[in-house]
Design a protein. Structure first.
Length: 323
């Protein structure tokens, strides 16, 4: 039986690539498949060290480049992809890949240690678990996955739950969809693929993400268009509520740019409803409900949906799949 062929891409780690005392970038060593016992028996590998950056310094544009590299590799015969990634921004990076990589072949983001560069003692096991998932035929058609602590999470649900516990993740709405047990992926749930966007459509537009706090009067709302943002995501209180005096300014902002209303709660839903309420009034004023997406992921989806000069209608259509 022919072994699968995988592309492994490194984008650095949580501290990899931090500048030295003279401001020069420090090149991190990448954890290579050849250095991990047993991987050669699972798959053949194409290896790419795409970036040497701490994960906190990654931008959506960087992940568009990663998505393009993955799309090209899968189109040229690779059966799956693994991305080595530090924990800081992994939930955002994985979601961008979920939006942009349309192939049915597995794309797996491996949550590497906070030390970066593949130097932590458990990084080899983390890479092995991710490779096992990417090589598994049953992982096809699930979109981008995150593998952390031997758990398999769908990118659209996964959230970093602890910054000091070796990249611990939770999926509050769904839980992990599987686990790697004794080196073999076991999947007990499947998620349906949602519509994708072209990887070669350019970087996401700049979108502001603003969390509402008790007592905030929203005086900053009018400045957002002047700062060059193409849209905004507002994390409201509870199910997307804001103070009564903020309703009119938010409606005025929504008349100038696409504005998405999300919840600052981990598992908050903001959906169109037929009842009275402050959040419903905001939706009637033109704000777009984020559905079950977090503010972090809503910001990325809105930025991707607005590429090419698209406006409110394109944004609303993109979010309709997450209601």
């Amino acid at each position: 039986m022919k072994r699968p062929r995988l592309i492994i891409i490194s984008v650095g780690g949580a501290e990899a690539g931090m500048p030295d005392m003279q401001g020069r970038p420090m090149q991190n060593s990448v954890l290579l498949p050849a250095s991990v016992p047993g991987l050669a028996a699972i798959a053949d590998f194409d290896e790419v060290a795409l970036l040497h950056l701490p994960s906190a310094s990654l931008s959506p544009a960087h992940l568009v480049d990663v998505a393009q590299r993955i799309e090209d590799a899968l189109a040229n015969g690779c059966d799956g992809a693994v991305v080595q990634h530090g924990a800081d921004t992994i939930e955002e990076s994985a979601f961008i890949l979920d939006l942009l990589v349309g192939s049915e072949n597995p794309v797996v983001v491996a949550a590497m240690s906070c030390a970066g560069g593949g130097q932590a003692p458990h990084d080899a096991a983390r890479l092995a678990a991710a490779v096992a998932v990417a090589a598994a035929p049953e992982a096809r058609g699930l979109g981008t996955l995150i593998v952390a602590k031997d758990e398999i999470h769908a990118a659209r649900f996964a959230q970093l739950s602890h910054a000091r516990q070796g990249a611990a993740f939770v999926s509050p709405l769904a839980g992990p969809i599987g686990a790697v047990v004794e080196g073999r992926p076991r999947l007990w749930a499947r998620v349906a693929r949602l519509p994708n966007f072209p990887a070669y459509g350019g970087p996401p537009r700049q979108v502001a993400l603003l969390r509402w706090a008790m007592g905030d009067d929203g005086r900053w709302l009018g400045s957002l268009p002047m700062l060059g943002y193409a849209g905004a995501v507002i994390e409201g209180l509870g199910a997307g509520n804001v103070p009564m005096e903020a309703t009119l300014p938010l409606g005025e902002l929504a008349a100038r740019m696409p504005v998405v209303l999300a919840s600052r709660s981990t598992t908050g839903f903001v959906v169109a409803r037929r009842r009275n309420g402050a959040d419903v009034d905001l939706l009637r004023l033109g704000l777009i409900p984020a559905g079950w997406l977090s503010g972090l992921k809503a910001r990325l989806l809105l930025g991707v949906a607005l590429r090419g000069g698209a406006g409110h209608a394109a944004a609303a259509a993109a979010f309709a799949h997450y209601q």
